[in-house]
Design a protein around this ligand. Structure first.
Ligand code: TYD
Ligand code: MG
Length: 472
């Protein structure tokens, strides 16, 4: 009898073994491997493989479902394809519409990523509340319907056309969405949703891929635009939206420091518009307020010039705006001086300091240098170099740069000031905001730009910048 029970147990185990198998996924790029590897062969990242159980007989993740099976489409010449009708839905939110390239495209899948608590749920609830004409299905897997209601009351707006559906099973969600056929669907969040057809738990790589693939199929078949929310942790978590980036049409990423009130929405991928666009919001007691002119929010709030502060006319995406660069240079307390930068690449800061030391003779190697971009912004525009150098010099000599002066120029390794893209637009924006002087490269051409209200100072290299700065 005991032997019989053991044989039965063995067979049960065998059947379970037959139905599922263990595979390894890279949590950065989603690459699949039958065995553990220290380094992912696809993206080259170390120690990113995680173990998951998947059902056999079916390709894990259902990623093949990206193309709609049995859609009845036939190959056709490119010239026969009608591209004139790309229906865009305005979301009544200038910043979001602009970052999407002029509104939400029908049938598109938009991923909004960001760290927890940054404002993803607030923005995605605010959109339907401010567009009462759009019939919206808001699927919440994170918060209860009551919590969503409380948030909606806080945000305000018209909620008559917004249906809240508290569900996490994808099969039910798709069935409900097909029955309702909304104008817009929001799914909060991809990490909480799960499909019965996949063995692993919600939040795993396979579940996330399957959820996204099901939503993509639904969006493409019905033309309903879907906004999908995904968390990303500082370490690029296992359930990070990174693995979804190639599946979805648009990836928007929320940035900004949690303590501050500014929130930046950056377009990382957009099949229907330009990337590297930036939308700025302010988190208020009543949801997110659009900051349609970021320059006015980010430039100095003080009248008098302070030492260590310089304003850079930068460009993010297609929009020029001005940002305050703050620097503090102090005598190094320890043998090795500290260099620290917030919102700026610390390697670039080191390079700029080396240029200052070598080309302009400033002994900064015995000084600690701290750099900060105001407003929690992460800056990658090389045009900020000139303002960084000016801020460092200003702090080092305790010399205030007047608050109506700004800078736009890239610094080369030999200390030359190089021209930057769209200098004319930066000059126009600075003049519009009441700046009286802008430092640019002497190689910039400013033909046809109205410089009546602003003095354009052209500098060729770092020593020339010092001479012009300290002259007055
Ligand atoms: P939330 O949208 O829940 O973040 P996420 O979905 O990205 O995790 O935003 C949460 C934060 O926003 C929370 O700390 C409270 C704050 N908040 C406001 O300051 N004002 C508001 O009107 C709302 C709705 C939220
Ligand atoms: Mg949320």
């Amino acid at each position: 009898m005991l032997i019989f029970a053991e044989i039965q147990l063995y067979f049960c185990k065998y059947i379970i073994y037959m139905k599922t198998k263990t595979v390894w996924f890279c949590k950065e790029c989603g690459n699949e491997s039958p065995k553990w590897m220290g380094r992912c062969p696809a993206c080259g990242e170390w120690n990113t493989m995680v173990e998951e159980t998947v059902a056999t007989g079916k390709k894990p993740g259902g990623a093949a479902a990206v193309s709609v099976p049995g859609s009845g489409h036939k190959p056709m010449p490119l010239s026969h394809i009608d591209s004139s009708v790309e229906n865009r839905i305005s979301l009544n939110n200038g910043e979001v519409d602009r970052i999407l390239g002029g509104g939400l495209v029908e049938g598109s899948l938009v991923l909004i990523g960001g760290e927890p608590g940054i404002g993803k749920s607030t923005l995605s609830l605010q959109i339907p509340l401010h567009c009462p004409d759009l019939k919206t299905l808001y699927v919440t897997g994170e918060e209860s319907a009551k919590q969503v209601k409380l948030r909606a009351t806080r945000i305000g707006g018209d909620d008559s056309n917004c249906m809240i559906y508290s569900e996490t099973l994808m099969e039910n969600i798709i069935a409900e969405a097909r029955a309702m056929m909304p104008d817009l669907m929001v799914v909060d969040s991809v990490q909480t949703m799960f499909s019965q057809s996949v063995e692993s738990s919600p939040g795993s790589v396979t579940q996330i891929k399957e959820t996204a693939a099901m939503l993509l199929r639904f969006a493409k078949e019905t033309g309903v635009p879907v906004i999908l929310i995904g968390h990303i942790t500082k370490e690029g978590s296992i359930a990070g939206p990174k693995i979804l980036e190639h599946i979805v049409d648009v990836v928007l990423q929320f940035e900004g420091d949690n303590g501050g009130t500014y929130r930046l929405l950056r377009s990382i991928k957009n099949r229907f518009g330009s990337t590297s666009e930036l939308a700025v919001f302010e988190m208020t007691g009543k949801g997110l307020r659009e900051v349609s002119n970021p320059s006015e929010m980010l430039i100095p709030m003080h009248e008098e010039g302070l030492s260590g502060v310089a304003v850079s006319a930068m460009l993010d995406g297609t929009r020029p705006f001005l940002i305050e660069v703050q620097s503090l240079v102090s005598t190094a307390a320890y043998g090795t001086p500290q260099r620290s930068a917030t919102g700026f690449d610390v390697r670039r800061l080191n390079m700029l300091l080396a240029v200052l030391e070598k080309r302009a003779g400033f002994k900064l190697s015995v000084k600690d240098v701290f750099l900060n971009m105001a407003g929690g912004l992460k800056v990658s525009d090389p045009a900020c170099d000139l303002a960084v150098i000016a801020a460092v010099l200003s702090s080092n000599f305790d010399f205030a740069i007047p608050s109506d002066v700004c800078f736009a120029g890239e610094i080369g390794l030999s200390g030359e000031v190089r021209p930057v893209a769209q200098t004319d637009r930066r000059v126009i924006e600075a003049a519009r905001l009441g700046f009286k002087k802008i430092f640019v490269s002497s190689f910039s051409s400013l033909e046809g730009v109205d410089t009546q209200n602003i003095e354009v100072v052209k500098v060729a290299d770092v020593p020339a910048l010092c001479r012009s700065l300290f002259k007055n």
